[in-house]
Design a protein around this ligand. Structure first.
Ligand SMILES: [Fe+2]
Ligand SMILES: [Fe+2]
Length: 321
């Protein structure tokens, strides 16, 4: 009872809960699920763009894309570390992803069909991520909030590189402009779905907000993203594929159409265009990397003096040929 009161007081004061503090089981479980899902999204999110590293149109574009994809790997690692402070191991988290028991963001189940998609993902997908994540810098769990501060700085670079790429293409040929428009047409609605279902269909949101984990509702964040993005689309010269999109003077916000929620449900269920491919690729990468993990463990055991020195790698790890 006393512990609960202490916890409630910290939340009421907008202070941070730290790993060694007492916390309700539900708070811990919710955080593990949310941070893990976030970490998985960063790692799976490397795939759609990684698809274009080998086909970047110039050395400059390749260097930018490599740096961006590498940042996403780093985000995944900060977040797995933050999640581990809640008492779950990295191995368990990876297993929950690979077995499909935990999800990652639905947006990464869409394919990248042209180089314009690299720009569109930076602009819209990283842009939506920023809207979601900036309030998380003030989330009530200390390690998560601190990881988000660093991540958000890098996300804003991601968004700008995407926008700069699209601007370059929009000042190019007719064909390049058409390529950008086609890409924006495909990514607009899935980007709006990144904020999750409407508030009326999001039963856990109220509890997450009461715990200070979430600071804004799904619909608030979606509105913020639309308001931020429409003027950027105008400056770019692209049309957002929503005939209902208009400025509402009374509300002081843009009105916009309803995303296809049945599509979101299907993609989350596993029936998106790339779900099977993304998980298969991740599993293969995990299996291919097994020797690195074994080698790291053997090296640590050797350093700790708990294992004999092995000079022949085949003896230590078995012959893998
Ligand atoms: Fe990221
Ligand atoms: Fe990013």
């Amino acid at each position: 009872m006393e512990l609960q009161e202490k916890f409630d007081a910290v939340i009421a004061h907008h202070d941070r809960i730290e790993p060694r503090d007492w916390m309700p089981d539900g708070y811990r479980r919710t955080l593990i699920r949310q941070i893990a899902q976030h970490a998985h999204s960063e790692i799976i999110g490397m795939q759609p763009e990684g698809n274009w590293i080998g086909r970047a149109p110039s050395l400059r574009r390749k260097a930018i894309l490599l740096a961006k994809v590498q940042d996403e790997a780093g985000h995944g690692l900060y977040l797995y570390s933050a999640c581990e402070t809640l008492g779950i191991s990295r191995d368990e988290l990876v297993e929950l992803l690979l077995s499909g028991k935990q999800k990652y963001s639905s947006i990464f189940n869409y394919p990248t069909l042209s180089y314009a998609d690299v720009g569109t993902i930076g602009w819209l997908v990283d842009g939506a991520a920023i809207c979601n994540q900036v309030p998380l810098c003030r989330t009530s769990y200390g390690p998560y909030g601190r990881a988000m501060i660093r991540i958000c700085k890098e996300e804003s670079f991601h968004q700008r590189q995407g926008y700069e790429l699209l601007r370059t293409m929009m000042s190019g040929t007719e064909e390049q402009r058409a390529m950008v428009q086609e890409s924006v047409d495909r990514f607009w609605w899935p980007s709006l779905m990144m904020f999750g279902p409407p508030d009326t269909e999001s039963p856990n949101s109220a509890q997450s907000m009461a715990w200070g984990i979430k600071r804004n509702s799904n619909d608030e964040l979606r509105q913020k993203f639309v308001d931020m993005t429409v003027p950027q689309a105008d400056a770019l010269g692209v049309t957002l594929p929503d005939p209902a999109l208009t400025w509402n003077d009374e509300r002081g916000h843009y009105d916009f159409g309803e995303p296809d929620w049945a599509e979101l449900t299907a993609v989350i269920r596993g029936d998106g265009p790339c779900n099977a491919q993304r998980l298969a690729h991740r599993r293969a990468a995990h299996d291919d990397g097994a020797w690195v993990r074994e080698a790291a463990l053997a090296f640590r055991a050797h350093e700790d003096g708990t294992a004999p020195v092995v000079h022949d790698a085949a003896d230590a790890f078995g012959d893998r040929s």
